[in-house]
Design a protein around this ligand. Structure first.
Ligand SMILES: *Cc1c(COP(=O)(O)O)cnc(C)c1O
Length: 533
């Protein structure tokens, strides 16, 4: 048997032999390591051999090397596999991946919604799919027009006068917004503002962004009902405060009732209001953030406007800006004169238009494929459809809340939520089952866990966001499963939780060690004889 340097057998047939006695005697293990039609799968380097090849190539004709001595002298060491072996490798791995296309994905704050296939078709149109960021502008006018159209709709939906389309994700949009805030203070000669206010329920990216932009964070406590009091913000404001970063609806799934008072107080103190717009899915077509007095807000196109994300694809985080911040938007940006739109790419060009960009955020102008998908989602839904998506998302979350509130516990009392419902671990008290165990048992039942232990203000938090994509039957099955689990925990079936997941290709992993000491480099197998020495 050959092993790699981590002591892992390198051929599937030996995997079963590696199981502990307890596991194999349970009768749940197989000789091959495969189970049912689920295949064990090693790394591609363990499957293929560098001395093997999947293609037959004629010997190359002798050539005069022109690499100036830079030609590789050693074998490259890539695994050689035949085409079907390669295809199987990736298909098997893909079957170990859970996705919104395989089942409900109730990850709160992340808005894992169905991505209509129409979006994919549009994004693959050659005129969009094949554009290259270094093409001359004159050859990509259609793509530029599409970006402008999408930008227009995003400004319309948010009620904001300006937008920067280049940020590549929500967190990147936060950085763009906060650098615009900084540039605005600097331009006003107001350079002593060093503090950014961040409520304690905020997503980790908010304090991280503030720190990255050079600010210190002052934390604002939440009220007993999970929202932020205008008075707490007023108490924390002062001439040293540059901005507040507030999420609305917030990460407890609640709309901030005093958001307008907060905005007024922030402006009165000479600071700016950054809104984390990751939860925009709850309010599209219902509320325009611009009307609430915000100065900047990122929109996670990959959440609200459907593009697959997380393991499934890239993000895009355009940031809308108020009049006060508009001219500090980063390069590159779009400008329109006499119905002709072009991309402004240089500082001198920007200055000639009266703009004062804080700099260049990215090499190129955003994620074309995401832009096409988001616009396709908007146009196929229409204004009324987008509003209905928000309403349905909120309805679905409240349906889940109503279906579970007698068996699970809500931290802020029995109040309606927005697009996501937050539970805590009080209902697991004295059961010996933790939030983590509960989540692992959900995996055995075929559900991706909800967001766990976030927001941090709630003990053992479980944040469930079903989105508008789920049918009534799907929600009912989900509720029935969670009710069954909650009952099992209360009935003392602790093993079902602490031993979970039992039916996955891998069981509980040492997540701490994986994060702290990740093994990122594959080392070639050591033969058994050597290994034994
Ligand atoms: C997802 C999310 C972010 C970060 O967005 P990315 O696109 O992942 O960078 C920030 N805040 C909240 C509340 C989020 O849910």
């Amino acid at each position: 048997m050959s092993m790699n340097r981590q002591g892992r057998p390198t051929t599937p047939s030996t995997l079963a032999a590696n199981q502990t006695d307890a596991e194999s005697s349970s009768g749940e293990e197989t000789f091959s390591g495969h189970k049912g039609l689920q295949h064990e799968e090693g790394l591609i380097f363990e499957r293929g051999r560098s001395d093997k090849t999947g293609v037959d190539l004629a010997d190359p004709l002798p050539v005069e090397p022109r690499l100036g001595g830079l030609a590789r002298q050693n074998p490259i060491g890539l695994p050689g596999l035949a085409e079907p072996e390669t295809v199987r490798h990736y298909v098997r791995l893909s079957r170990m991946n859970y996705a919104i296309d395989s089942g409900l994905y109730p990850l709160g704050s992340c808005t894992m919604k169905h991505n209509p296939r129409l979006n994919e078709k549009m994004a693959r149109l050659p005129g969009f799919g094949d554009v290259h960021p270094l093409q001359p502008q004159s050859t990509v006018k259609g793509a530029i027009a599409l970006i402008e159209m999408l930008a227009g709709y995003l400004m319309e939906l948010t009620g904001m006068p300006a937008i920067a389309m280049s940020p590549k994700a929500g967190a990147h949009g936060e950085l763009a917004g906060m650098l615009a805030v900084k540039a605005a203070h600097d331009a006003a000669g107001d350079t002593d503002r060093r503090i950014v206010l961040v409520p304690e329920s905020a997503h980790g990216t908010n304090p991280a962004t503030a720190a990255f932009a050079g600010y210190s964070v002052r934390t604002i406590e939440a009220r007993a009902d999970g929202t932020v009091a205008a008075q707490s913000v007023k108490d924390a404001l002062g001439p040293e405060v540059a901005a507040i970063m507030l999420t609305n609806p917030n990460t407890c799934g609640l709309f901030e009732p005093e958001v307008v008072d907060i905005a007024d107080a922030v402006h009165e103190a000479g600071a700016y209001f950054y809104c984390d717009g990751a939860n925009f899915n709850a309010i599209v077509g219902k509320v325009r953030p611009g009307d609430l007095g915000i100065d900047a807000m990122h929109i996670n196109l990959h959440k609200t406007f459907s593009t697959p994300h997380g393991g499934g694809g890239p993000g895009a985080g355009p940031v809308v800006l108020s009049e006060a911040l508009a001219k500090f938007a980063p390069l590159p940006f779009l400008t329109s004169e006499n119905g002709r739109t072009r991309l402004v790419e240089t500082l001198s060009e920007a200055e000639s238009l009266g703009a004062d960009p804080f700099g260049r955020l990215t090499a190129f102008h955003g994620q074309m494929g995401m832009f096409v998908r988001a616009l396709s989602y908007m146009l196929s839904h229409g204004a009324d459809g987008m509003r209905q998506a928000s309403e349905d998302a909120v309805l679905a979350a409240n349906y889940v809340r109503a279906g579970l509130r007698d068996v699970m516990s809500q931290p802020f009392g029995d109040q309606p939520c927005m697009h996501e419902v937050l539970f805590d671990d009080k209902f697991l008290k004295d059961t010996g089952v933790t939030t983590l165990d509960f989540a692992k048992a959900m995996i055995d039942e075929g559900y991706h866990p909800m967001t766990m232990y976030f927001p941090l203000v709630v003990h053992g938090a479980m944040l469930i966001e079903p989105t508008e994509s789920e049918s009534l039957a799907s929600l009912d099955n989900f509720i029935a499963t969670l009710r069954n689990l909650a009952q099992a925990a209360r009935d003392g079936q602790k093993q079902r939780f602490t031993a979970a997941p039992r039916f996955t290709p891998r069981r509980r992993l040492d997540e701490t060690q994986a994060a702290r000491q990740p093994v990122l480099r594959w080392t070639p197998p050591v033969q058994e004889k050597e290994a034994a020495e």
